[in-house]
Design a protein around this ligand. Structure first.
Ligand code: PFF
Length: 449
């Protein structure tokens, strides 16, 4: 039976719950798996600096814009653009965002499945069941990939079916603090190991000669991916946010926690790689390139855990991959919530049915990728590295020139009384109208041509 979207939408129970859920969306494989390796292969601190600039000067203003669109319209990305302007083009921007979300979710589920599978790989290795470990840890085995993707999507659908406060908020309230705790303990442990300095040096000493157009696009894409921007995830999360909350403050917390966790993950992973190297693990390929991506986390770190030896290696190995799975789950939840909220709002379908239908459809794409994992890089490039900044550019144009920054500031005023007279919102308008779109455009054009 069809139902009105208002019955189905829900709201966050508390400001803390919202911030955790939004930070949970932001913090994921992007921070702990993608960021440290990108930094390592792109000149360490050179990448870090460009990444920080992209996060704070481009990402943060766009996050405020997305949250204002969401809270003002109380709709999914397509519905939001429809209700805030008569222009026929912008709902297509919402559609593009949903498509990016669906495609990112389809490959993200596979990588998240790998992380979860490594919890078992660690246990099997410890108990001497090496054949079982090799079987489960083989990413070329489409069947194993598919099983873990199904498992992961099942958990994601389960949380989304629970709704906004009972599902997403409750799950992230439990998972996020746990994640930060495990990350801190592991980082402190690794930093105190002899030989960790070399990794810290590689992570923090800038090599500015490495700043190229490719690096800048990679940093921009990483900032959008990591902050969950450009595809309407925060329009959707903002649509469940109460009018009394301060959007600027919330966006600030989310940006800082995301960047902080990425930085912390770098402090954990870079020294780990060099510790692994000092114990004989190869960290560069034959061409002299740094081993980034899947190889890094899934080949080098288990080696490190096993060298730690005994029960300590097991505890670290299992908790690390469990932590990564949790981080991924709070992100897949937000990726699935975007198309689900679209189906609920625009087609009047009940939440439970919508979550299941959309989740299973995305899973069908994931199953194809399970057997053709080389597709991941291409999908990632089109829909994350290029697709998200493109979405961000169009959101800036929408807020800057169609909906107007004055309307957005009126919305921001709800939880931030002095917004209209504040230097901050004046500067924010300039960023949304000119600085962010121009920077994104230059980077995209220079990369494509
Ligand atoms: N921010 C997530 C990560 O860093 O892993 C990925 C992501 C989630 C991207 C949600 C986009 C999104 F809407």
């Amino acid at each position: 039976m069809a139902t009105t979207s208002a019955d189905n939408r829900g709201t966050w129970n508390s400001k803390f719950g919202f911030i955790l859920a939004a930070a949970g969306s932001a913090v994921g494989l992007g921070n702990i798996w993608r960021f440290p390796t990108e930094a390592a292969s792109n000149g360490g601190a050179a990448f870090l600096i460009i990444y920080l600039i992209c996060c704070f000067l481009i990402g943060f203003p766009i996050m405020i814009a997305e949250l204002s669109i969401g809270r003002n319209s109380q709709k999914n990305p397509v519905g939001a653009f429809k209700s805030l302007s008569n222009n026929k083009f912008f709902p297509l921007v919402g559609m593009w965002g949903i498509l990016c979300g669906v495609m990112i979710l389809s490959f993200y589920t596979i990588i998240a499945g790998w992380t979860f599978s490594y919890v078992f790989v660690e246990i099997f290795t410890f108990t001497g069941m090496n054949e079982a470990a090799a079987f489960i840890g083989d990413f070329n085995n489409g069947f194993v990939n598919a099983i873990f993707a199904i498992l992961f999507m099942g958990c994601t659908i389960g949380i989304i079916r629970g709704g906004v406060s009972e599902g997403i908020e409750r799950a992230t309230k439990l998972m996020m603090p746990l994640l930060v705790l495990i990350l801190i303990i592991m980082t402190v442990y690794v930093l105190f190991q002899p030989g960790a300095q070399e990794g810290i040096r590689a992570y923090l000493l800038p090599d500015f000669s490495k700043i190229t157009t490719g690096l800048v696009l990679a940093a921009l894409g990483q900032a959008f991916f990591s902050l969950s921007l450009g595809m309407g995830a925060l329009i959707t999360y903002g649509s469940y946010l109460s009018k009394k909350e301060n959007i600027v403050e919330a966006a600030g917390y989310v940006t800082i926690s995301d960047v902080g966790i990425a930085f912390l993950a770098g402090l954990l992973i870079m020294p780990s790689i060099f510790l692994a190297q000092s114990q004989g693990v190869v960290i560069y390929n034959e061409a002299g390139d740094f081993l980034a991506g899947p190889s890094l986390i899934f080949q080098i770190l288990p080696e490190l855990f096993s060298q730690m030896g005994g029960i300590l290696g097991l505890v670290f190995g299992v908790s690390f991959f469990f932590l990564l799975s949790l981080a991924a789950l709070t992100s897949t939840v937000s990726l699935l919530e975007v198309p689900t909220s679209y189906v609920i709002d625009e087609h009047g379908v009940r939440r439970k049915k919508a979550a299941l239908g959309v989740g299973l459809s995305v899973l069908a794409v994931s199953l194809i990728i399970s057997f053709n994992t080389s597709l991941i890089d291409h999908i990632d490039y089109i829909f994350s590295t290029v697709g998200l900044p493109l979405g961000g550019l169009l959101i800036c144009i929408f807020v800057g020139y169609y909906w107007k920054t004055t309307s957005a500031i009126d919305e921001i005023k709800n939880g931030f009384k002095d917004a209209a007279d504040s230097w901050f919102t004046t500067a924010w308008s300039v960023f949304i109208k000119f600085i962010c779109p121009v920077l994104i455009l230059i980077i995209l054009i220079r990369t494509i041509f």
